[in-house]
Design a protein around this ligand. Sequence first.
Ligand code: NAD
Length: 466
Amino acid sequence: MKNQEKIIDEIVKKVVSKISNQDAMDTESCGLFDSMNEAVEAAYKGQKELMDRSMSDRRKYVECIRAELLKSENLHTLSKLGADETGMGKYDHKLIKNRLVVEKTPGIEDLVTEAMAGDDGLTLVEFSPYGVIGAITPTTNPSETIICNTIGMIASGNSVVFAPHPRAIETSKTTIKLINKALNEAGAPKNLVVSINKPSINEANTMIHHPKIKMLVATGGPDIVRIVLSSGKKAIGAGAGNPPVVVDETADIEKAAKDIIDGASFDNNIPCIAEKEVIAVDAIVDYLIFNMKKNGAYELSEKAKINELRNLVITPEGKPKTEFVGKDASYILDKIGIKADHDIRMIIFEAEKDDLFVIEELMMPILPIVRVDNVDQAIDLAIEVENGNRHTAIMHSKNVDKLTEMAKKIQTTIFVKNGPSYAGIGVGGEGYTTFTIAGPTGEGLTSAKTFARKRRCVLVGGFNIK
Ligand code: NAD
């Protein structure tokens, strides 16, 4: 294990030093500027040049980005930097997330033209770029969001200025440098993907209000979503979630237990889609817990220990303490005096429905379980604790009527039936991936066409061959 860590550290050092030499040669070629105004102006110029390039050029740029980032040393570097710099999540899960986003984010094929033809001719509805997009990215998926946004935004003909989270600066800058390396090698216009050397909240605000930014895309918590939505610009808000998972008596309980622990423990629960609380019917709760424990869950049954945990990880204001977000279960247990094996990947316990553990999005490997009498109560409570985020919900059941009822009532952007939450973003479930899930503004799982304007082009009196 130690040896493997040493090898990975060596890889990271090598990649970081290689790309640092690259930017010493030419600041512009790495896409990082000293001020936000310079970055936006450069991206503005870059996007104008992109408009003169062909769709096959755009396809090539996206392919080159994928090829560069799929290189093993780059995937390892971004994943290791992400885990080390933010102190959240798990390196090996970040490898899966980074690979997923590089491989399964749609490119130009997403921009399918609509056509209407008839006696009066032919009308096309095309996807056109906005221009320069300002994208604000989170600490929980720093490289993943930058990669995902970049592919979609460039495919639809935009350039992008990133405002990364100040706690993920090195990971974000390294991602942007690697993307620029790929774009330079592909002969793309300079500065299609840019940011600044010292990202901060102030600089993010400069970007938000810059007149040359035509669209804002915020991936993060409620504050930043509110800010972009009140900016007066076209804005996409991909906000917080608190995904409930309902288990009823018809479910395959052994599978449900494994799926729930797999989904909730993924990257130590920091994905916005990860299961955050379980609501299960009384008849099967005990067996569900028994099977969760077989799959790496540690059950706290003493009230005093649960209270100790609450005081440890939740602030007096009822919010998650940053220092415990995305930490290992064994690390958190150790802080309340419990020595647990490293195989333990989740802390579970029974909780009341109004417990902060249930109603707050904590992003820690801690999973409260609420016991209810029947599936109707479970669905109602799931709707309540999802809190109107319209983000993600999961249900384990074989009752088609109840699966349909919950999906219809809860109105989440993602609804996973009988699988782990990550099936909803294309891991073991059908469909493309995204790390920007726009619930509040309704675009859903964003892709290239989300970052484009719909325009109508009308040819009168011809080209109808029906
Ligand atoms: P965060 O809200 O703290 O930060 C997100 C981004 O917004 C960062 O770049 C941050 O610097 C910026 N920001 C925050 N407040 C700002 C302000 N006042 N002015 C300017 N910029 C500001 O969130 P985080 O901790 O990085 O990420 C976790 C949150 O994001 C969770 O709530 C999670 O559910 C959510 N999230 C949602 C999605 C989605 O697709 N819906 C994806 C990932 C994360």
